[in-house]
Write a protein that binds this ligand. Structure first.
Ligand code: MN
Ligand code: MN
Length: 310
């Protein structure tokens, strides 16, 4: 363990704030970009778009260009909760329930079942379920990563607890924690090799996550989702290239896009997010994401002065 003292200066903390903003904004961009081709195969995407590089809306949800889906909306529920009351799974579940009752455009089956269970029984976690290894908990973990910066064990606890509101499966848990760790490392300016090592440690513990050689699957099964995310994050060289490559794999493209967008946003930083994409998002969404990411960093252990331990 090594204490880097990375945030001893205000300049370094400003950099973390920018990367945190880019984390949540990157996730929304991946959602908006990928939703166009959700459930398409790579060859269907090629036939229709060549390479999808622009945020154009449409898709099976018939979105307006720049509209986001459940991935971003559930992340916002968590971010708003954390920024308002601090850590409270009950408050997060309440926000999921309010969102769900408001007829969202889309909600995954496992999320629907978990929220219904909370509404009917008030329980904040379901029992272990073999079918809970979807990506619905992993897709919304980014705000938890920002709120726990500099504290890995806090991240592990909160990432899993937010996950269990709808998904109780060790592979979902492992994915939530890994995504959170990669965001921690990206936000604190660690080199790519360090992020790669983190992924490799998790692959060693859960060999099913092995992403090399890449099998090209990008379903909503969290294993396929993580293979796609890790493969494209580690084999591309810019935020834009990473997201374009990821969503053109199709499948659960808005969700692979949202997850890789958070990790790549943290790693590459705000200046790398394509302006022509950001302009497609609703200005109110961009400004709320900016406010929330700032609150989360300020309330995080790092924002409270705790040194970063890598
Ligand atoms: Mn979605
Ligand atoms: Mn999806």
């Amino acid at each position: 363990m090594l204490s880097t003292g990375i945030c001893t200066s205000s300049g370094a903390l400003a950099n973390v704030h920018e990367r945190a903003f880019a984390t949540l904004l990157g996730s929304a961009l991946g959602d908006a970009l990928g939703a166009t081709v959700e459930f398409c195969t790579p060859s269907e995407i090629r036939d229709q778009y060549g390479v999808l590089r622009k945020i154009v809306g449409g898709g099976w949800l018939k979105l307006k260009a720049g509209e986001v889906t459940d991935d971003t909306e559930m992340s916002l529920c968590i971010a708003r909760s954390l920024a308002t009351v601090g850590w409270s799974p009950a408050d997060i579940a309440e926000r999921f329930a309010a969102w769900f009752k408001n007829w969202p455009l889309d909600v995954g089956n496992t999320c629907r079942r978990g929220i219904a269970r909370y509404i009917n029984h008030g329980t904040l976690a379901g029992p272990f379920n073999e079918g809970d290894a979807g990506n619905g908990a992993a897709m919304r973990v980014a705000p938890v990563a920002l709120a726990t910066l500099a504290d890995s064990s806090l991240l592990e606890r909160w990432a899993v607890e937010q996950g269990h509101i709808t998904h109780n499966h060790p592979l979902s848990d492992a994915a939530c924690v890994l995504i959170g760790r990669l965001i921690h490392l990206g936000c604190t300016g660690q080199p790519l090799e360090r992020l790669q090592r983190e992924a490799e440690v998790v692959v060693a513990r859960f060999p099913t996550f092995r992403f090399s050689p890449f099998r090209g699957l990008s379903t909503a099964y969290v294993v396929d989702t993580m293979q796609t995310v890790l493969h494209y994050f580690l084999s591309t060289h810019s935020f834009e290239e990473c997201l374009v490559a990821t969503v053109n794999q199709g499948g659960d493209a808005d969700t692979t896009g949202a997850i890789v967008g958070a990790i790549a946003g943290a790693y590459y930083g705000l200046a790398q997010l394509p302006r022509h994409w950001v302009r497609k998002l609703a200005p109110a969404l961009v400004s709320e994401i900016g406010d929330l990411s700032g609150h989360l960093v300020e309330r995080s252990p790092l924002g409270q002065g705790q040194p970063v331990v890598i």
